[in-house]
Design a binder for this molecule. Structure first.
Ligand code: ATP
Length: 362
């Protein structure tokens, strides 16, 4: 293979970025490490600072304070052109008048690589993304998903130490998004690339990442593997953002070792207390960890009751909105054969998995 793979690390040390002479703090004293060969996603709501972080890795924005290292080298002051990174943009940013092959080869030819070698690498790049034989077409003769793969090929032929992907799938429809994200992940793993991926879509982040950095209001809210973030959310924000958890007020009544007895609306649950002491807490309850049963049917012993305010059939699951003594709940129920009707009274129970204690103060 002509295209070489290099995988560098990325380190942020206490990085701050302000815009408008300090009027906006986009990133506030942020530190993290991305290891070689990892795909790390920057995830968070609009305006949290993820694009700014990515653009600082690329050198398209410069840190106001702090230090940025790529592959162990301090690049804080280096312009984009002197950094070994390449970026895939949301808009693809292909040149419409150039063929697909010329687009992929462009970044090489402008840096002085001989045309024959640049084209050879470009052919190989197109092959890697499953577009062998498409080189002579114009971008307008490709589908959106194919154009995005051309953009990935164009980034790969530059043999970056770090591949940056800025919401690469947001112009594609839902089905194609799933397909292209799988392709990107497979390619990254096959080549052992370091990749930094920006998205605001939690499902996409869970699906593609080795590690997720969740940002909120210019700081890191939590980072970890997809499983850690989903199963051990550090806050209500994380539990809600990743997995749509219901946040329910509860009381931590007793601690026994690592476990705590929690009372939620008169129901007792034993959950890991995760450092929290006796007193009010919140419990993040996953929508599929709530069990509903009709009051007149074979009811469980639960004393907690609610009313169905909305029922929706989604083919493989029912989704319910429920008002209850512990607040409004969003419930996902895989039992579609005997759906509960809007207006019905229900008893509410919890399945132990899918509940996590989080602090109240946010
Ligand atoms: P989105 O998902 O909407 O793209 P984001 O998480 O990527 O959001 P950023 O684009 O990094 O967020 O923006 C972080 C903050 O910095 C926001 O408050 C934004 O308004 C501000 N900001 C971003 N770019 C600039 C700029 N060039 N000048 C001034 N403020 C900016």
């Amino acid at each position: 293979m002509k295209i070489k793979t290099r995988a560098g690390s990325v380190v942020f040390e206490n990085v701050t970025k302000t815009y408008g002479l300090g009027a906006v703090t986009a990133i506030d004293n942020v530190s993290f490490t991305i290891n070689p060969g990892e795909l790390v996603t920057l995830l968070g709501p609009s305006g949290c600072g993820k694009t700014t972080t990515l653009r600082m890795i690329a050198g398209l924005e410069h840190a106001t304070k702090g230090k940025i290292l790529i592959g162990g080298k301090d690049v804080t002051q280096l312009p984009a052109t002197d950094r070994d990174v390449s970026m895939v943009f949301q808009s693809y940013a292909l040149f419409p008048h150039m063929t697909v092959l010329e687009n992929v080869a462009y970044g090489l030819t402008v840096t002085g690589v001989a045309k024959a070698e640049a084209h050879e690498k470009a052919e190989e790049g197109l092959d890697l993304v499953g577009l062998a034989g498409y080189g002579r077409r114009l971008p307008s003769e490709l589908s959106g998903g194919q154009q995005q793969r051309v953009a990935v090929a164009r980034a790969l032929v530059l043999e970056p130490e770090v591949l940056l992907l800025d919401e690469p799938l947001s112009n594609l429809d839902a089905k194609l998004r799933r397909q292209v994200r799988t392709e990107i992940r497979e390619l990254q793993q096959k080549l052992g690339l370091t990749a930094v991926y920006v998205t605001h879509d939690q499902e996409e982040a869970l699906a593609v990442s080795d590690h997720i950095i969740v940002m909120n209001r210019a700081v890191i809210a939590q980072q970890g593997t997809p499983r850690e973030l989903y199963e051990q959310p550090a806050s209500g924000f994380i539990a809600d953002f990743i997995g749509d958890a219901n946040l329910v007020g509860a009381e931590l009544v007793e601690v026994e070792g690592d476990m705590a007895h929690i009372e939620i609306g008169g129901l007792r649950q034993t959950l890991p207390h995760r450092g929290l002491g006796i007193g009010p807490v919140n419990v993040a309850v996953r929508p599929d960890a709530i069990e509903l049963s009709a009051v007149n049917g074979e009811s469980r012993q639960s004393s907690l009751k609610g009313h169905i305010t909305h029922a929706a059939y989604l083919g493989n699951q029912m989704q319910y909105s429920v008002t209850s003594d512990i607040g409004d709940l969003f419930v996902i129920d895989p039992h579609i054969d005997a759906p509960i009707a809007t207006g019905d009274e229900v008893r509410i129970g919890f399945s132990g998995r899918g509940l996590a204690v989080v602090p109240t103060d946010e």
